[in-house]
Design a protein around this ligand. Structure first.
Ligand code: SAH
Ligand code: SF4
Length: 363
């Protein structure tokens, strides 16, 4: 059995090397090779003795998957990679590049906010998976339509980041943002997701700042509260998509378990405990949840909460007949929310031609 090297935190790596009778400082060298130099094969660790490199080759694996295929979107800024795990499960990770201010994906009703535009310059956002499939069954989501296969290990999550980080390094670029918005529900795989974040944010390693991660959840209430208690500086996004329990239940089975009011209460708890704003995600479905009336109901639920609504026109999937909103309805929705005091951004869809948009990942 080989051990996926990205599954090890520094103490475990240190123990492994101790078993091989290596001095402690070697573990740090391996760690820095992996996460600072982004080496992806034992032979690149030229600072290590040959015997140790051979052990690494024999007993550890540097990648948990094979790249099945990658596709670049015609928008020129989105790349989707399909990975095959040893048990044949498929997962996907998407890189979105935001280069020139002109490529900024935000549509604004009023004048574009120049600060936003600057912030977006040279952003390299990576969207990664936490599970193969998903158990939550949201009807509009391709991952939900395929059902749950299994949780990913922390190392399988980390490895998706390392894959792209290594690729970008070759062109002198770096990942700037990581969003847990690929396949799976991160809070259903809570421990492995948090271990992956811890590993990636280690100051002696990859050193990826907590504030540049965003976790998106379907709204698992106990986990939102636990996350708040841990006071992590990671951004939190909640997939809401409806302002009424029956309407939400019709598209998101999770609403049977946790009602909208409970989810929003947990969000208030999160904001109170972390001082951080929460984002609500909203896939605009024509005639379903994109009217000004729905926007007003949503605004009254969110009143007084430090939050922001991120709306995106629904991406098409084979298993759901709902249609995307149109530009005018989207703007009207945004304006109704903002008139009621709730900030809203409408994001442009990305990578639709390669099924790399939100909710289109199904291996
Ligand atoms: N399971 C998590 C994260 C993965 S889904 C969650 O649900 O939040 C990432 C985002 O894509 C979520 O906001 C989800 O609601 C949204 N999404 C799913 N299917 C979509 C679709 N067809 N069009 C637009 N957004 C979609
Ligand atoms: Fe799972 Fe998120 Fe898709 Fe819902 S939207 S099925 S929670 S991946």
């Amino acid at each position: 059995m080989t051990q996926l090297i990205y599954d090890l935190d520094l103490p475990s790596l240190t123990n492994l090397l101790k078993e091989w009778n290596e001095p402690t400082y070697r573990a740090k060298q391996v760690w820095q090779g992996l996460y600072q130099h982004l080496y992806n094969a034992p032979e690149q660790f030229t600072n290590l003795p040959k015997s140790l490199r051979e052990k690494l080759t024999e007993y550890t694996a540097f990648t948990p998957f094979k790249v099945k295929v990658f596709q670049d979107s015609s928008d020129g800024f989105t790349r989707k990679t399909l990975f095959e795990l040893p048990d044949k499960n498929l997962i996907e990770a998407v890189l979105m590049r935001y280069g020139d201010p002109a490529d900024n994906p935000q549509i604004t009703a009023s004048a574009p906010n120049s600060k936003n535009l600057r912030g977006a310059k040279n952003r390299r956002t990576l969207c990664i998976s936490t599970q193969a499939g998903c158990a939550m069954g949201c009807v509009f989501c391709a991952t939900g339509q395929m059902g749950f296969k299994r949780h990913l290990s922390s190392g399988e999550i980390v490895a998706q980041v390392m894959y792209y980080a290594q690729m970008l390094k070759d062109v002198n670029e770096v990942v700037t943002n990581i969003v847990f918005m690929g396949m799976g529900e991160p809070f259903h795989n809570y421990d492995n997701t948090m271990s992956a974040i811890d590993r990636l944010s280690d100051a002696d390693g990859y050193n990826f700042g907590a504030r540049r991660f965003t976790i998106s959840t379907v709204g698992l209430v106990p986990q939102i509260r636990r996350f708040a208690d841990e006071k992590r500086q990671v951004n939190l996004a909640i997939s809401l998509h409806a302002a009424d329990d029956n309407e939400r239940l019709a598209i998101m089975p999770v609403n049977k378990r946790y009602k909208i009011a409970e989810v929003i209460d947990a969000c208030r708890y999160y904001v109170d405990h972390t001082g951080r704003r929460v984002t609500f995600e909203w896939a605009l479905i024509n005639g379903v949840n994109d009217s000004p009336e729905v926007a007003r109901r949503l605004a009254s639920r969110l009143k007084g909460l430090m939050c922001h609504v991120n709306a995106i026109p629904l991406n098409p999937t084979t298993g759901y007949s709902g249609k995307a909103t149109d530009h005018q309805r989207a703007i009207a929705f945004k304006e109704s929310l903002e008139q009621a005091g709730i900030p809203c951004t409408i994001r442009m869809r990305r990578g639709i031609d390669i099924q790399a948009g939100c909710g289109q990942l199904a291996g």
